[in-house]
Design a protein around this ligand. Structure first.
Ligand SMILES: N[C@@H](CCC(=O)N[C@@H](CS)C(=O)NCC(=O)O)C(=O)O
Length: 213
């Protein structure tokens, strides 16, 4: 199995899932900062030109949450295998990929990736993101008040889909402390051995941005 990845939130979901499952996988860097996601070779694998992409012995799959779901079905662990459990997992993964990503991206992309590239931030995008973030965080706060992990008492692969984005948001010095359950959820995720194994700590070091306000 081979994962084409970059150390950014969507590929990190898959690295976390692989680390949690203990599934051996070769990892090849697709350096987004160098445009390696736009080469003809990479586009032939993943026409969306984004990371991650998984190659499981010739089965090519892109879209991070689809890859995580595939790994859950393949390994049959940390993943519900009954119809309702799976629907619940997919519900939270679709919500993450649509609404959480929509809300967070303007802030994270402009304050983390663009800062790293030395590009000027799009302040309108940050403003729109700041307006959208409280809605999704309030929903997650309500859910996590009743549930230690996204699917209940036990960690699951769905958590691998939520933690990287929340971590990137924390790196923008967002006032996550106003959402104590979300903060605790992120802290608990970061304490798991998979965090280090997936290179999340390297990501934090590489993208550490100073607090300015
Ligand atoms: N919906 C896709 C989004 C993938 C995505 O946007 N990945 C980012 C890195 S976190 C990327 O490759 N960006 C490069 C680009 O958009 O050109 C997924 O979940 O895999």
């Amino acid at each position: 199995m081979k994962l084409y990845w970059f150390n950014s939130p969507n590929p990190q979901k898959v690295r976390l899932a692989l680390a949690e499952l203990g599934t051996p996988c070769e990892v090849e860097l697709v350096d987004l900062f160098k445009g390696q996601n736009r080469t003809p070779g990479y586009l032939a694998l993943n026409p969306s030109g984004r990371a991650p992409t998984l190659d499981d012995n010739g089965f090519i799959l892109w879209e991070s949450n689809a890859i995580v779901a595939y790994l859950g079905d393949r390994e049959r662990r940390l993943w519900p295998l009954d119809a309702r459990g799976r629907a619940d997992a997919l519900r939270w993964m679709f919500f993450q990929s649509q609404h959480v990503t929509d809300a967070l991206t303007g802030r994270v992309f402009n304050m983390v990736a663009k800062a790293k590239l030395g590009l000027p931030p799009d302040h309108d995008a940050i403003k729109r993101s700041n307006e959208a973030i409280p809605g999704v965080l309030a929903l997650l706060e309500g859910h996590l008040a009743k549930s230690r992990w996204m699917l209940g008492d036990e960690f699951s692969l769905v958590d691998c889909c939520y933690l990287p984005g929340l971590n990137a948001l924390a790196m923008t010095h967002y006032h996550l402390k106003d959402y104590p359950k979300v903060s605790a959820y992120l802290a608990n995720g970061a304490e798991r051995p998979s965090w280090q194994a997936a290179g999340m700590i390297d990501f934090e070091r590489a993208f550490a941005i100073p607090k300015t306000d």
